[in-house]
Design a binder for this molecule. Structure first.
Ligand code: ZN
Length: 331
């Protein structure tokens, strides 16, 4: 058995597709049925990932044309990036939600479509991030475009509908917060859920303020977790790390994690006034200055928590010297 391939029941396979950053790999799934194979979340486009897929398919004796469906749970490049490449090889339809697809176009579409990078840098600048770090983030963002091309032609699927693969029907469930437009796939009879990045074991899904999605992603995420907890899930198959057998318990741990982080941020702001960038460094440490990729996630996650606190009137913000400062109204 190839070390990147894990055998699941029903002859399903989990493939660890390599990523060139701290997450190390994304979980792709190969689900056979009478018509051929369905791939869930093919991975990020890198030479290493393509090399692995070629090896895996050869090892499993699968021809590209036997891939009949490609499903992308959400638009993040580590899930979406290889969809177009795989579609070129297999001619299979690529299924994802329209909202997720539109966001992918906003990130890496034509020049007219993609306004994401400039908007993100302007947002971070307004929240106190120094210029040289903005530049490092800009460069890091630029590296992603080649890792998602070519774009696939997408067939839209939506929450509330079902999709068939693996000789089973799967209910599509809207799972916003980590990525707006993300879909989970649930089979009630077997109590199995493909949960994308909404629930992960050992690591916490990143919850970010990103351009155009500035409302209250943390609230959306926590609400979504409450909804997902209502499903009876015996086995959750996530986008990273290991399959989850204690789904409801893991959800509670994630809820507690965010409650603790909110408490901690509130405590910091009771002691002083800070920009979001300063709050980010207080929470995550200044060593992230060396890692633009992780700094971007930490900064956007900090903003998501600050926005959550501000909407609930726990903190207030004001513009001072062209930067937004947060503080508690009670001093
Ligand atoms: Zn993701």
């Amino acid at each position: 058995m190839l070390s990147a391939v894990t055998e699941l029941h029903h002859n399903w396979k989990l493939v660890k597709v390599p990523l060139p950053f701290s997450l190390k790999w994304v979980n792709s799934y190969i689900i056979p049925d009478s018509s051929g194979y369905t791939i869930i979340d093919p991975g990020l486009r890198t030479d290493e990932a393509i090399g692995l897929w070629e090896k895996v398919l050869e090892y499993l004796n699968i021809e590209w044309h036997e891939i009949k469906k490609i499903i992308v749970t959400h638009q993040h490049p580590d899930h979406y990036g290889l969809a177009g490449f795989m579609q070129e090889r297999s001619a299979a339809p690529v299924f994802m939600s329209s909202r997720a697809h539109q966001y992918a176009r906003r990130l890496w579409g034509t020049e007219a479509e993609s306004d994401y990078n400039d908007a993100l840098l302007a947002l971070f600048a307004k929240h106190g991030m120094p210029q040289h770090l903005l530049q490092a983030i800009d460069e890091n963002l630029g590296e992603f475009r080649s890792r998602v091309l070519p774009h696939p032609e997408v067939t839209y699927i939506q929450a509330g509908d079902t999709i068939a693969f693996g000789d089973r029907q799967w209910l599509l469930i809207d799972a916003p917060g980590h990525a707006f437009g993300q879909l989970c796939l649930f089979n009630e009879k077997e109590q199995i859920m493909f949960c994308g990045d909404q629930v992960l074991d050992r690591i916490t899904p990143n919850i970010s303020i990103v351009p155009g999605e500035e409302q209250d992603p943390l609230h959306c995420f926590l609400t979504s977790l409450e909804q997902l907890k209502q499903y009876k899930v015996r086995l959750a198959l996530p986008g990273h790390r290991d399959p989850i057998v204690n789904f409801a318990e893991r959800i509670e741990q994630l809820q507690q994690h965010h409650a603790r982080r909110l408490d901690k941020m509130l405590e910091q702001l009771q002691a002083g006034s800070y920009t979001a960038f300063e709050c980010c460094e207080l929470s995550f440490g200044s060593h992230l200055r060396q890692n633009a990729h992780n700094l971007r996630f930490a900064m956007a996650e900090t903003l998501a928590h600050l926005v959550y606190l501000e909407i609930r009137k726990e903190i207030v913000s004001e513009l001072s010297d062209e930067q937004i400062i947060y503080y508690t109204s009670v001093k």
